[in-house]
Design a binder for this molecule. Structure first.
Ligand code: GLN
Length: 278
């Protein structure tokens, strides 16, 4: 372990992030770093690296915000304090949405809507991975939308972003084949690590007393914006919310199939509602 990694580890932080900070501060590739292990780093690299370590370990700022970007589904995404840092679980939501598209809609043009898009990660990944998807995405935060639009541009993705509190700004007669959302779902009084709570936008994290506030709104309001006979709606959710969410879904979507999926940590993390007639 390097000194930086030990400091991070002693502070109860991720030591792998230290390597990312070194790559960022040195502007080198992992191979270049390896080849130069025995060479003394230039003064300015050393200074920048220690500044980054200080921001991470002392100021407790997430490394992704320090670096200014992260990767989602292989796509580079700019991130700042106005957007939630995309999580690997959410890559699985995108992946399962693509798998279900292949299962039920393969080869067909579909309209997709990502609610509460934040950095735009899900919407951008879907539109890049499946050219048959015409993707729209909304967020209540204009600052988040600014980041999302930059990310779409940087990745040459064709996503239409618009400002909306949940589905409020969706046109009355607009209908989608696929709706996805990773809404804020932490419970108001849930334990959340300081580095998350103190840095990431709390409006993107908290979903009311029981963490289900936004699912209720989406389930209620999406009914009239889903293609009547053929649709997929997918959510990411808290690992202990599967049963409560299933009960809510059955209130609104009586004849649809519910598919609960685990993430790769083995936790109940995603739920899809599927109705396919043809
Ligand atoms: N998975 C995030 C966390 O645990 C929460 C994301 C969300 O609320 N949608 O910090």
């Amino acid at each position: 372990m390097t000194i930086g990694q030990k400091k991070a580890s002693d502070a109860g932080l991720e030591k792998t992030a230290v390597k990312s900070l070194l790559l960022f501060a040195s502007n080198m590739s992992p191979t270049e770093i390896y080849l130069n292990l025995k060479t003394e780093a230039p003064k300015e690299v050393e200074e920048k690296f220690y500044e980054c370590l200080d921001e991470y370990i002392v100021k407790r700022r997430p490394p992704q915000y320090i670096i200014g970007y992260t990767y989602f589904y292989g796509y580079k995404m700019k991130v700042n304090e106005n957007v939630l840092i995309p999580r690997w679980e959410t890559e699985e939501l995108a992946q399962n949405t693509l798998l279900l598209y292949d299962k039920y809609f393969k080869g067909k043009k579909v309209k997709v809507y990502d609610i509460g898009t934040g950095s735009g990660a899900i919407a951008i990944a879907l539109s890049k991975e499946e050219p048959n998807m015409t993707v729209k995405a909304s967020d209540i935060s204009p600052e988040a939308l600014e980041v999302a639009r930059e990310n779409a541009k940087m990745n040459d993705a064709n996503v239409e972003f618009f400002e909306s509190d949940m589905l409020n700004a969706v046109k009355d007669d607009e209908v989608f084949d696929i709706i996805v959302s990773n809404p804020p779902y932490l419970m108001t009084h849930e334990y959340v690590e300081d580095i998350v709570k103190n840095n990431e936008p709390n409006i993107a994290l908290f979903g009311g007393e029981d963490g289900l506030y936004f699912y209720r709104i989406i389930l209620r309001d999406a009914l009239k914006h889903l293609n009547k006979d053929n649709f997929i709606m997918g959510f990411e959710h808290g690992y202990d919310k599967k049963n409560e969410l299933n009960t809510l879904i059955k209130e609104y979507y009586k004849d649809a199939e519910i598919i609960n999926l685990k993430d790769s940590a083995g936790l109940d993390r995603m739920t899809f509602i599927v109705k396919i007639k043809v």
